[in-house]
Write a protein that binds this ligand. Sequence first.
Ligand SMILES: [Zn+2]
Length: 689
Amino acid sequence: MERMYPLVSEKLPHFFHGGDYNPEQWPAEVRDADMRLMKLAHWNLATVGVFSWVSLQPAPDQWDFDWLDAVMDNLAEGGMFACLATPTAAPPAWLSHQHPASLRTDAQGRRHRHGNRVNYCPNAVAYREACAEIAGRLAERYKEHPALALWHVSNEYGGVCYCETCAGEFRRWLEAKYGSLDELNERWYTRFWSHTFTDWSQIEPPLQHGESMPALRLDYRRFNSDSLLGCYLNEARILREVTPGVPVTTNMMGAHPDMDYHTWAPHVDVVAWDSYPSVRSAPEQISFYHDLMRGLKRDRPFLLMEQTPSSQNWQAVNALKRPGQMRLWSYQAVAHGSDSVMYFQWRRGRGGHEKLHGAVVAHAGHENTRVFQEVAELGEELEKLGDAVLGSATQAKIAVIFDWQSWWTLDATSGPVRDKQYVQTLIKHYAALRERNIMVDVVSPETALEGYSAVVAPMLYMVRTEWAEKVTEFVRGGGRFVATAMTGWVDETDLAYLGGYPGALRQVLGVWVEEIDALFEDQANQIRMKQPFGPCRGEYKCGRLCELLHAEQAGVLGTYGADFYAGWPVVTENRLGEGFAYYIGTDPEQEFLVHFYRTICADCGIFPPMEGGEGIEVTLRSQKDRSFIFVLNHRDEVSFVDLGDRHYCDLLTGRTHTANVPVRGFDVRILEEVEPTPDQDAPQEKPAE
Ligand SMILES: [Zn+2]
């Protein structure tokens, strides 16, 4: 077999199965019991040290690695590996007391007291130096250790600091970006409300009781994301220097508002992320974030670093994953490109904030629990699955553009509605495609468009001129491009495009937007299709945002049904070269999007890997010479998948199937096409009653 991408770790040529392990919270006899239980759970990788700073460095000049030595040795002796974390997400109290300026300052300008976690100033020199020292010592101590498989830098970076140190760094960051104060004043449009800066020292972070101009807020978010990335790089550089062969990553958090992960992605060897949906999350809501995280490094595998084996503890209602649901969602991550199934956490702590968070080992302390058994069975199953899927690609012909920069700018903008619903809008478009099991990439605007047949950019508020040129080329060459309301309004420093929206995209879309109407929740308008666009025909509801647009070169597919702009264009199609560009000037009901994208996909010749019944999700992962179709049943009752006259082997059961195959409630099949042979014609499984 020829893998598409190399394994994350040559040391561990299996699905990573493990998770967060906090042995520093427990006496030696419990740690011994852990080793026995981890073998039973079929764990092969333990994330150790995440919050262990004070246990490793109880005082500035005092170090204690003995306990970690023993844990690393125990893992190695047990045939397991360590995802070794630097403990820098929670600095010890002595550091905060010795260097109060290393603590975070909030948007009210209050310096925090010591406590909680991720409570440091990302630009504090004392914090950065202390992080570099402990990362360096860990790297030197364990560089030759047989258990070391992966570096986990700090934990869930996030939050914003508004302190004087950050203010100074922000001014330097701005000087480097704009060169001169005149340029900054121009780009920030500071003559508004007489905000022109006459000295760099006048620029402050966007405190709640201070400056709030949109362009400043936007640049501060960029700066803060860069500052947090600086913390990551501060440690990652040292780890790479000492252990060049060990992959380095950090655990990301999906569509998190504090970091532009597209700028982080080049600096991690493998993307890793923590998935914490609610049990009420729709399958497409969960998979959107998997695809967003996979898209950080295009189609190569990522790691599911954390998920709860049962329940969370920080949501308003923390329901249990139902029996089978943890396995289903684990395979959903794999189906969307994960090469791991990992959990937070191994064992419930006796105290602290996370004592009621789900864990593989309950406070009962033994293996005879539902959750432990489900984890152990899944671990065994992943072992049997072997390495065939590892390193395979998850390729799509259609890309949805996700842009933190547009999200941030929309958030900083007053009007036309307070809640712009950027991420929700992206998920609506994504879900309309996934509803039919179309493979979708969720990628940055920087991504090369070659290889895609269609590109969807919902609410891409900020459009850079070069991007518009790239899209125009893409459409001329035969691509389909879809844009929606509030696309292309501003440039990269939040200056509105003059001459009509969608600014730089006006030519490719063939429309210009004159006004935008904001609708109250109890109001709606309609899209009236002038002629059928595939299954998209008749009338659909729309609301929230209604743009009043003029079709220039574009043809009108649908018009508004009501209000003073009844009869104005709302859905348009512009032919350019070999391709088409579509504009949807409102927020339509989901059914419209489902029908609309059916036509787009049919026109592009994009089809799902396989047709399934109700509740069935299908994805495809491919090696150079093998393909795996994942079939997941998200309902708790039996459904079916149609294999036609082809024959497929289910890698999880070893049985061969053809025609209509049942998939039990919450069950999964991983299918690989095989040649039919008479003796392979095994009877079909009966669905469970
Ligand atoms: Zn700060």
